[in-house]
Ligand binder design. Sequence first.
Ligand code: MN
Length: 206
Amino acid sequence: MARTAEITRQTKETDITVKLNLDGTGEAKLDCPIGFLVHMLNTFARHGLFDLEVKARGDLEVDQHHLVEDIGIVLGQCFAKALGDKRGIRRTGSCLFPMDETLARAAVDISGRAYLVFDPQLSGIPLVSAGPVSGASSFQIDTVEDFWQGFSNAAGLTFHLDILRGRSDHHKIEALFKAAARAMREACEYDKRSLDLIPSTKGVLA
Ligand SMILES: [Mn+2]
């Protein structure tokens, strides 16, 4: 059975559609006005081998918080929907991902309980791309936590995301997305030894 989901979420702040295939090849079609977030979602799809489509618009005249957080929420909702009752999956996954001077660690448990522990060691200073130092041409790095909080809440999972060392904020955020993708890929994959079982002694993961 295909493990896919498509969810549209519209609020007064954002309008987001996400399509997800857990058993994909890492193809991403991303239509989102925040360039750095497109870079991160692309790397998440590739390293997770998830097929991912995102169409996202939001109130960037306010700031980037609503749009980044809400994309995390809808992506998390898609994982929850595509995983269904979670029968046969590994449930947990982890990854240490080095990126030059930076080392990121991700550990996930698709437990049905939402919990995020987040220690990204970021400076808080926005990343700047070509153009003015505001609006969509820079990236508010404090929203990375909001993204993963929204994702963890909506997907119903426990995520520990940490930077163990590093200098560049770009590397730290990117290594976190790569580690998170690899951990999610492992947790979502089928365990061939227990395909018929829900991986909990309670018999339910909700
Ligand atoms: Mn990069």
